[in-house]
Design a protein around this ligand. Structure first.
Ligand SMILES: Nc1ncnc2c1ncn2[C@@H]1O[C@H](COP(=O)(O)OP(=O)(O)OP(=O)(O)O)[C@@H](O)[C@H]1O
Ligand SMILES: [Mg+2]
Length: 271
């Protein structure tokens, strides 16, 4: 249509995600990574952070759950050093954690928000950082986590802010947003449904329920929805290790054969 830019679909450079999201994520998306604690949400954000910086795109990391130095170290332990990108001014932390403590950070890399519950001010800071980093048709904003923001502020106001960030970031500036949300917190149960319709994409993370019954925590990921892109919806097993997210293939067939041979019921049924 006249006056409308053609939509750009982008790869995350995380092989497993790119295999599942067939035509890539539309750049003007607001995506939520939704899962229980420890399923790998922050590690995936860390990998996205490095991948976008590596290809020269600016990144804003909104740190709510953890301090910027800790995020920095967590990403380093996955194998990626963010120091050169901070020095180049390509990476900025919007620090909504350190208001709790004394902190003396390099202002070039970290902007501390002393009152992150002041959501209009939060939005203003986020928009001015996007402008400073010239985020237009490029870059990514990573938010870890929306759950923490809901504990700091009124959840319905947080939902309003997310609608504003999606409008002013994803849609107006064509900037990808990826945020995390903790699944299963009773206090915010009603809001999970709201996120279902206000965001463009939901990526679910969980522990495989069958293995969990045997006390084994097997991480799984699936693409629940991505507006404007074809994708697979099956659960895929994965591990997180140095080097990031990797698929985990379990040879189920072999196990089945052994089970059916050793299961006397199966022998009887053949007869
Ligand atoms: N650097 C690393 N090296 C190896 N494994 C890691 C590394 N970082 C994370 N992991 C693995 O990934 C798991 C998930 O970590 P992560 O912090 O990403 O979970 P999360 O979903 O963000 O949890 P929460 O909801 O508590 O924030 C860890 O328990 C660990 O098994
Ligand atoms: Mg986390």
């Amino acid at each position: 249509m006249k006056g409308f830019k053609e939509r750009q679909n982008i790869k995350t450079d995380i092989q497993l995600l790119d295999d599942l999201i067939i035509r890539g994520i539309p750049r003007d998306s607001f995506i939520v990574l939704l899962g229980e604690g420890g399923t790998g949400k922050s590690a995936i954000l860390g990998e996205l952070c490095y991948n976008f910086l590596k290809k020269g795109e600016p990144v804003i990391y909104v740190a709510l759950d953890n301090s910027p130095p800790s995020v920095f170290s967590d990403i380093k332990s996955l194998g990626w050093d963010l120091t050169p990108f901070c020095e180049k001014g390509l990476l900025r932390f919007l620090d909504c954690y350190s208001f709790r403590m004394k902190a003396d950070y390099d202002e070039k890399c970290v902007t501390v928000l002393r009152e992150p519950d002041d959501l209009p001010n939060f939005t203003d800071k986020l928009v001015s950082l996007m402008d400073e980093l010239k985020m237009n048709d490029n870059g990514v904003v990573l938010i870890d986590s929306l759950t923490e923001l809901m504990t700091l502020s009124d959840p319905s106001q947080v939902v309003e802010s997310i609608k504003n960030w999606r409008a002013r970031g994803s849609k107006e500036r064509n900037v990808l947003f990826v945020s995390t949300l903790h699944y299963g917190l009773k206090a915010f149960e009603g809001f999970a449904d709201v996120f279902d319709y206000i965001v463009d994409g939901i990526i679910d993370l969980r522990y495989d329920p069958t293995y969990m019954a045997s006390d084994i925590l097997l991480k799984q990921i699936r693409i629940r929805k991505i507006k404007g892109s074809d994708h697979y919806t099956n659960w895929v097993n994965f591990v997180i290790q140095k080097g990031g997210l990797k698929p985990l293939i379990i040879e189920a067939k072999k196990t089945k054969k052994i089970n059916s041979r050793s299961n006397p019921k199966n022998k009887n049924s053949k007869k």
